[in-house]
Design a binder for this molecule. Structure first.
Ligand SMILES: NC(=O)C1=CN([C@@H]2O[C@H](COP(=O)(O)OP(=O)(O)OC[C@H]3O[C@@H](n4cnc5c(N)ncnc54)[C@H](O)[C@@H]3O)[C@@H](O)[C@H]2O)C=CC1
Ligand SMILES: Nc1nc(O)c(N)c(N[C@@H]2O[C@H](COP(=O)(O)O)[C@@H](O)[C@H]2O)n1
Length: 227
């Protein structure tokens, strides 16, 4: 299948959580790790998050460094990569930060069951892609993104979208920054939620590198392809 190169970047606690049991964002990365994430954003053609992340964190997903935005401009690109929300039911607030901050394309991926009136309003602010009946069909979505010229796609969570992308076999590499804190809570989002694999389905990883950054560790993984 023709698809972009897809990688996930997430920051997790030492016990594998992405945020608290109230789904409240926690500062897991330190200054240096946020710099690394900003560089990854600046190099990507698009950044994708799930609607759960938008509703709980309201991220802008912009490139933060002025120098990196300027370098993108010199290379003939928008200051920010395309920002994509996977949002089956078109729940993205019309005043989300992603619409307010920074230049660049916004893409909302909805399913065919998303309410037409809300989709029409989103179309005034973003390119809307419809795939799937009740839930966005991630495989068709990434194929469409490739056709639109997106060759490198950075997925920034959350837990459910990570599962959707991994279980569909769409992810090539993963960066996990493991920070020096414990969050706990059986309902707190983990790096990968969703329904989970059976023993026969487990997804294998190859460790590409491990690097200490401030008081945490950055792990880079390659996802092994299933036969
Ligand atoms: N520490 C970190 O690096 C990050 C932490 N987070 C945290 O993660 C939490 C949000 O995670 P979630 O609630 O799991 O939401 P999520 O951001 O993973 O979005 C999930 C939603 O995506 C939509 N979706 C549509 N089609 C889908 C498909 N085919 N497969 C999977 N999802 C599909 C569904 O509506 C689903 O509810 C927040 O608490 C946020 O703070 C989010 C991003 C990064
Ligand atoms: N890489 C990373 N480290 C942390 O410690 C975090 N808390 C997060 N959170 C995610 O970053 C996004 C915020 O983006 P903007 O600053 O608004 O551009 C948001 O999606 C958080 O969940 N990431």
């Amino acid at each position: 299948m023709e698809k972009p190169f897809i990688f996930i970047n997430s920051a997790m606690s030492a016990d594998g959580k992405l945020s608290t049991k109230e789904r409240k964002q926690v500062r897991i990365s330190g200054k240096l790790d946020f710099e690394r994430v900003d560089e990854l954003r600046a190099q990507a053609d698009a950044i994708m998050v799930g609607i759960g992340t938008v509703l709980s964190d309201d991220p802008s997903l912009t490139v933060k460094s002025q120098e990196r935005r300027a370098a993108r401009k010199v290379a003939g690109k928008d200051e920010n990569p395309a920002r994509i929300i996977v949002d089956s039911s078109a729940r993205t607030p019309l005043d989300a930060d992603i619409f307010k901050k920074g230049e660049g394309t916004r893409i909302i991926a909805v399913s065919n069951s998303a309410p037409a009136e809300k989709v029409r309003k989103l179309e005034e602010k973003a390119v809307v892609i419809r795939t799937g009946t009740e839930k966005v069909d991630l495989e068709k979505l990434v194929r469409k993104l490739k056709e639109m010229g997106i060759n490198t796609l950075m997925v920034e969570g959350g837990a459910t979208l990570n599962w959707g992308m991994l279980s569909a076999g769409l992810v090539d590499e993963i960066y996990t920054f493991v920070g020096n804190l414990i969050i706990g809570g059986k309902t707190a989002p983990t790096f990968t939620d969703g329904e989970g694999f059976t023993e026969a389905e487990l997804l294998g990883l190859e460790l590409l590198s491990a690097k200490k950054i401030e008081n945490g560790i950055l792990l880079k993984w390659k996802v092994k392809k299933r036969n």
